[in-house]
Design a protein around this ligand. Structure first.
Ligand code: ADP
Length: 193
């Protein structure tokens, strides 16, 4: 039994934390496009140089760049059977590309987990993270911009996945472990035997 899941949630909702826990529990890789992109920026690759300006202002990196980045991770001579994706897809165009890629190979997502957290709580968490971890995009103006882009570009993906019967909505507030148990309980019925 493997897991192909996506965490769909605004910045600050806990995608990274829950994605790590989920990947450990199901023994699959955790692929976070934000982390992969930050690594490219740090390494000064061509992709990183192109992505940097978008990321610094809180904007989305162009679809084609992100799609090629993710496909490079999950394809290859031995394509990954399972994974927890965090931060991808983030636009309808990316979702359509991912769905096409997966259905051509009999590997669409089992579940898409949507974490619900109020905007006030998101901003509070992100400002705290900005102070602690020094992420250049965790400043108040950039946070508001990322939340605005999330509402406009990413939230519509809930409808896309709900129409396919794989959307799982989970309350993302409270203790990390409590949220994790809610996620596991909600997605277990959706897995293959
Ligand atoms: P957050 O969810 O807190 O915004 P991430 O680490 O997921 O943090 O993403 C950081 C930045 O990386 C985003 O603001 C965006 O610029 C870029 N990024 C990550 N994933 C994608 C994606 N799928 N499409 C476009 N841009 C992305």
């Amino acid at each position: 039994m493997t897991l192909r899941a996506l965490l769909l949630a605004p910045p600050g909702a806990g995608k990274g934390t829950q994605g790590t826990l989920l990947a450990e529990r199901f023994d699959v890789p955790h692929l976070a496009t934000g982390d992969l992109l930050r690594q490219h920026v740090a390494d000064g690759t061509e992709l990183g140089l192109e992505a940097k300006e978008y990321m610094e202002r809180g904007d989305l990196v162009p679809d084609a760049l992100v799609v090629s980045l993710v496909v490079a991770c999950i394809a290859g001579p031995q394509p990954l059977e399972g994974y927890v994706l965090d931060g991808f897809p983030r636009t309808l165009e990316q979702a359509e590309a991912a769905f096409k890629w997966g259905s051509d190979r009999g590997r669409t997502f089992h579940a898409v987990i949507s974490l619900h957290v109020s905007e006030e709580e998101l901003v509070r968490r992100l400002l705290e993270r900005g102070a602690a971890a020094g992420r250049v995009d965790d400043t108040e103006d950039t946070i508001r911009e990322r939340l605005r882009i999330y509402e406009a570009k990413t939230k519509p993906l809930e409808g896309f996945y709900d129409a396919r019967g794989i959307l799982v909505e989970v309350d993302g507030t409270g203790e990390v472990q409590a949220v994790f148990e809610r996620i596991v309980t909600a997605l277990t019925p959706m897995l293959d035997d």
